[in-house]
Design a protein around this ligand. Structure first.
Ligand SMILES: NC(=O)c1ccc[n+]([C@@H]2O[C@H](COP(=O)([O-])OP(=O)(O)OC[C@H]3O[C@@H](n4cnc5c(N)ncnc54)[C@H](OP(=O)(O)O)[C@@H]3O)[C@@H](O)[C@H]2O)c1
Length: 256
């Protein structure tokens, strides 16, 4: 665990943070003294997650990442309570459909793109332009959650892969547009052990892990360590990058 003392007193927003990768990032940020605002759809689980973090270091506001009214409420609350936003982690992501692109219901396609792609841009736009957050003055940092599914086509994960490939391009483009004030990077993991990915290792974790040169699946903490590095001063010359965290899977010819 690395403590980045320069982050002490800063404010972060982590979307989709009641469990899994988002929660691990929120928890790791609090270790460096960051106050974290967390979102998720289900309020009970969100408040439980908030209560498991150090007193006064986290608040939770329930809502859907792709709901403009929720975004407004969250950012206005951060402005009123903390007067600043330094770090935006666009983590909320869904993958409710499996199957070939050609067979998918267009309503499902729209929903996946709305949550995974459009809200990533919408949160970034809203944070960047909100006068009460001083995101630019604070040299704001954005980290988007992508996936190795955005790098290579994966059977039955085509739509999810399309959404994450677009997140990669969004990241590199925003990084180029928003420097020098704001840095924008993404993390593209292979399978990380969370509720989201359970089906991908249902046949046995050890068996799936054999495809990985490092012979294990990822943990939420693996992702959190890199996310906090990417918002720290130690990465101050890194922007527009998609960092693959995959235990070597892609280099071994593997795919999501
Ligand atoms: N786990 C993996 O193997 C893996 C690999 C590559 C990339 N990723 C990416 O990493 C991110 C996090 O995944 P995870 O594995 O941690 O997922 P997870 O365990 O399913 O957790 C997802 C979190 O997001 C919240 N959430 C889901 N939909 C939301 C929405 N529409 N609006 C707001 N919050 C929402 C969930 O709470 P509620 O259900 O209460 O909303 C929960 O807190 C995603 O973007 C995913 O695509 C994951």
């Amino acid at each position: 665990m690395t403590v980045y003392t320069e982050l002490e007193g800063q404010t972060a927003l982590v979307t989709g943070a009641s469990r899994g990768i988002g929660f691990a990032i929120a928890e790791e940020l609090t270790r460096s003294g960051v106050t974290v605002v967390m979102t998720a759809r289900k309020d009970d689980a969100l408040q439980q997650a908030v209560n498991s973090l150090p007193d006064g270091k986290a608040i939770g506001i329930a809502g859907k990442a792709d709901d403009p009214e929720h975004r407004r409420q969250v950012l206005d609350t951060i402005a009123e309570r903390f007067g600043r936003l330094d770090i935006l982690i666009n983590n909320a992501g869904i993958n409710p459909v499996y199957g070939k692109l050609v067979d998918l219901e267009m309503a499902a396609v729209e929903k996946v793109l709305s949550v995974n792609l459009l809200s990533t841009l919408a949160w970034t736009q809203a944070a960047y332009h909100h006068e009460g957050l001083k995101f630019r003055e604070n040299r704001g940092r954005v980290v988007n959650l992508s996936s190795v599914a955005g790098a290579t086509p994966s059977p039955n994960l085509g739509l999810y892969g399309v959404s994450k490939a677009a997140v990669n391009h969004l990241t590199t483009t925003l990084g180029a547009e928003l420097g020098p004030e704001v840095r924008v990077n993404a993390i593209a993991p292979a399978v990380v052990k969370t509720q989201f990915s359970e089906a991908l290792y249902a046949e046995g974790e050890d068996k799936v892990a054999q495809q990985y040169p490092l012979k294990r699946l990822g943990t939420p903490e693996d992702i959190a360590h890199t996310a906090v590095f990417l918002v720290s001063d130690s990465s101050s010359w890194i922007t527009s990058q998609v960092i693959t965290l995959d235990g070597g899977l892609l280099s071994n010819g593997g795919r999501a």
